[in-house]
Structure formats: structure tokens, C-alpha cells
Design a protein around this ligand. Sequence first.
Ligand code: ZN
Length: 244
Amino acid sequence: MLKDYYRATNYYMRVLRELIFPRRCAVCGNVIDTAYLCPACRKGYALQKYVQLKPREEFLAGQAEPMAEDMLDSVLLLYKYDGILKEALQRLKFSSEASLLPLLSEEAEAALPSAKLRWLSQFDVITCIPTSPERRAQRGFDVPEAIFAPLLEQRGGEFQAQLLSRVRSTLPLFELSPQQRREELNGCFELKPSATRMVAGKRVLLCDDIYTTGSTMAEAARVLRGAGAREVHGVAMCASSHNW
Ligand SMILES: [Zn+2]
């Protein structure tokens, strides 16, 4: 009884709060019902670009320094790395401002309406690109996992956020050439021993926050393919401008 009373009170408090302080679009300030951007502003950032790639046989044998097109079957890029999304991701990554997480995770969900959710259902395993344990401990969370978990945790067994681990830290990649990126990333990920049987023969989806040249995803995909993954696809919250 008391619990019902509190539940009802909480509900009315929330309704009251939204009446006094309605949700507003973080860009233009228009009143909105869900997420953080109004449909018009969301459309301005939307990329929704599906890139079909084709892994080349010679790289499947486990050669070092693969490129995205050597290792990934496809990648879905949800938004442009621009404006408020760029700012939110940068503040999240570099100042650990966790209060910006709901913006990104709710906008990720808004970018994946029902047709895209059906697209997700083709994967046997969904996992995330990990940051180093030190960064994770310092920040309290991993950005890709924190963005996609609210959306994917409802999917049950196939979402296994931490199958990969980062075994060494890497230099910031944005200043490096594609070749230097691949060299820097080579060997930085490992599949957790318990995860090997989970990916063998499976279609795997990798989630990441920012897609630039695809070299991070390619390196993670190389590890997954080495463990026998049949296909490796990617989804990224934001993609840098040369992908637009
Ligand atoms: Zn707006």
C-alpha cells in the first residue's frame, strides 16, 4: 500500500515537474516529448549511413594492420560527429561528464527505430569496443558501452558488452595517419578466454562511439575473426566528416 502511494506520488511529481520544466530540445529549445533533440534538429545530425564492406581472404588469415574493409562486413553510422553530439562526446570522454550519457544513449535509441531494431536482431552476439582498464576505473564507465547498454540490455543474451579487453593503452589516434593508426592499434585488444566459445561461428556486432577510419573496429574485428567469428559488423554513434 505504502509502495503504491510512493509510486503514485513519484509519478505525479514527474508529471508536475515536466509541466513546470518541460523537456526542451538541447539545440533549438523547442518543447519535446522524448530524448534530447527535436525531430528537426535530430535530422540535421542524422547520417544513417550503411556501408557494406567485404573482408578480403588474405587478411582473414590473421595478418597484422588490417583496414576496416579487410575485417568488417558492414558498418552502420548513426550520426555526424558534429555540433552538440561532438561536444557531448568530447566532454564525456575527456572530462568524464556522466550527466551527458542520457543524451547520447537516448539519441542512439532515437536513431534506431523499429526497422533498425530488426536489423539488430540478425546478430548472435553484440559487444563493445573497450577502453583501457585504467581509463575505465578513472572515468567509472566505458563510453561505447554506456551509450549502447540502455538500448541493448533489453535484448537479453546477445548483448555481452565486455567480451574484449584492451591489453595496452594506445596513443590518441586523431593525429595519426591511417597507417600509423593501424600500427598503434595492432595487438591492443584481446578476447577474454571465456568469450572464445561465444563468438566461434557467430555473427558479431561491435558498438563504438566514434568512427573515423575504422581502424579501431578493424583491429577488434581481427581478434574476433581470429577466434572464429563468421561475420563482424559495426555500429557507431558518430562518424567523422570524411565518412559523410
Ligand atoms: Zn531542436
